[in-house]
Structure formats: C-alpha cells, structure tokens
Design a protein around this ligand. Structure first.
Ligand SMILES: C[S@@+](CC[C@H](N)C(=O)[O-])C[C@H]1O[C@@H](n2cnc3c(N)ncnc32)[C@H](O)[C@@H]1O
Length: 282
C-alpha cells in the first residue's frame, strides 16, 4: 500500500483561509494558495448555498466549532492535557488553545512539507516551543520515525492524559485504510492514563437530500487530491459499533443540530447537516 498521500496537502491552504475569513485564525497562517483557492471556490460555494441552503464552508465551520467545544470541555477536566493534532495543516487551533490554557501542551503533526511550513509560520508568530511543538507524522506509516507510535514515544509524557484530533482527514481514505490508523491510534492512546479522540466525519447517509450533489463533488476531489475520497457508514449506530470494534471503549457521535442556538459561532443550516463529530474514548 502506498503511504504517499501528499496530494491531499493543498486542501489545507483552503481550510486555513476559511478559518481566517471567519476570524478564527491569524494572518500569519494565510498563504497565497489559500487566498487563491478561496476566491476560486466563492462562486461554487455561493451557488451551493443558494441552491441547497448549505455548502462546504458552512460544514467546515460546524465541524471546527464542535471539535473546539469538546476540546474546551476536556481541558476543564484535565488542564494538563497533551493534545495531539494530526494532519494539522494550517489550523489555528493549537495557537488559540495554548494561549488560553497555561498547563496544556499542544503537538501538531503533518506530512513533512506541511509540518515544516507550519513550524516556520508558528516560529514567526513567536510560539512557546516548549509547550507547542510541530512534528512530522504520516498516519499511513505503521513503523519508522514518522509513524504514530514513534511520535508518541518521542514527544509525549507517559503519565499524562492525551487527546488526539484529526480534522479534514479521514474521508480521504477508504474505510479499511483509515480503520488501520484508528486501530493503531486506539492502541497508542491505551498506553496513557486517559485517551480520547475527536474527529470530523462525512457519513454515507442515504436519506440525506444532498448526497446526490456530494457524490460528483467527491469524485472531483478524489481526482484533484489523488486520494480515495470515501464516505463512511450508513448510520450513526454503525459509526459507534465500528469504533468500538477497533478498540475504543466508548464512542459518541455529535450532530450539529444539537448545538444550534447555544454554541456560539456555529452556523445554523436550514437543512440537515452532513457532517458529524466522532468522539471516542478509552
Ligand atoms: C483538509 S487538510 C486539513 C487541515 C487541517 N486539519 C484543517 O482542518 O484545516 C488535510 C491535511 O491532511 C494532511 N495529510 C494528508 N495525508 C496525511 C497523512 N498520511 N498523514 C498525516 N497528515 C496527512 C495534509 O497534509 C493536510 O494538511
């Protein structure tokens, strides 16, 4: 199996620009590519919103806000949490949380080129390198210095809880491929006093009125990223069962509609949301 999924990396420029335009990021994390992709996607995003009431950007904002919410909750319980954000791209989350929680540590990781880019930009912003680090990790590598196991051994303290995040990653892989990663993640997290995993996920709910629009877009994205873009799971029960079968003791699936009206900054859609946040613990 190929472990080169670097074709996906350009999408981080686009999401990075979305976070910035929403006021959630720092201009230092904006790139010329991100600005270009953002402008190029405007007509499509606006047309989608006009035609369907939703679009990709609104779903990105929903997933990001819900992951942030649960990370805040986790830090209330464990202020010394070690957060590991895999496939971090140009997300501002590390920078934003490290400023608010003085006892936590934040480890961002991505493929070599993106990790290097992120590190340079964080350095320019003057991050506190001891508490906020950037490393290389390829979630497809099961061994070697870029594997998840090596990252954990090298970078994390064995006696403190760990919360791992992936955002905008899992749907770029088929279920068998991403399940191998999930299994090794569950195994890795089980070696810490507490382990938790938060990820967004776009399911394959046949009842959803937008799937007929999403399926052709999925093929375009697969072509552009050279990845096997896939929608996973026919319902929420399947998500929970699958994650438990891979070694997680508990799995909850967060539905954006449950957060409407009380979670600040969460866009409210007039149609059912097509994103979920999966919350697994050990
Ligand atoms: C859609 S971007 C998401 C970036 C960020 N999480 C966000 O939401 O803004 C996907 C990210 O996955 C990273 N990526 C792709 N394949 C990866 C792999 N095998 N291991 C780790 N990261 C990977 C890319 O470099 C890119 O930064």
């Amino acid at each position: 199996m190929s472990t080169d999924s670097s074709g996906i990396s350009f999408t981080a420029h686009y999401t990075g620009e979305v976070w910035l335009r929403q006021g959630w990021s720092d201009p230092a994390l904006s790139t010329p590519q991100g600005r270009l992709f953002y402008q190029a996607a405007r007509p499509l995003e606006m047309a989608a919103r006009w035609l369907t009431g939703s679009n990709n950007e609104l779903l990105l904002l929903q997933r990001h806000a819900i992951i942030d919410y649960w990370l805040h909750q986790a830090l209330q319980l464990n202020p010394d949490l070690q957060v590991v954000e895999l496939a971090c791209g140009l997300s501002p989350r590390g920078q934003s949380f490290i400023r608010q929680y003085p006892e936590m540590t934040y480890l961002e990781a991505d493929l070599p080129e993106m990790a290097f880019r992120k590190l340079k930009r964080l350095e320019a912003m003057g991050v506190q390198a001891k508490r906020h680090r950037v490393a290389v990790c390829n979630i497809l590598q099961t061994e070697g210095e870029y594997s998840l196991a090596a990252l954990a051994k090298r970078e994390l303290q064995a006696d403190k809880p760990v919360l791992c995040i992936t955002e905008g990653l899992v749907n770029y892989f088929t279920l068998p491929v991403i399940s191998r990663f999930w299994q090794s993640l569950a195994q890795m997290l089980s070696t810490f006093p507490q382990g938790r995993y938060l990820t967004d996920l776009y399911p394959d709910f046949s009842w959803h009125p937008h799937l007929r629009w999403v399926r052709p877009l999925k093929n375009i994205l697969a072509w552009a990223t050279e990845a096997e873009v896939s929608l996973h799971f026919a319902d929420e029960q399947q998500i929970r069962q699958h994650m438990r079968s891979l070694g997680f003791a508990d799995c909850q699936v967060h539905v954006p509609e449950s957060y409407y009206g009380w979670l600040e900054d969460l866009p409210i859609l007039p149609v059912p949301s097509l994103v979920r946040v999966v919350d697994c613990s050990l």
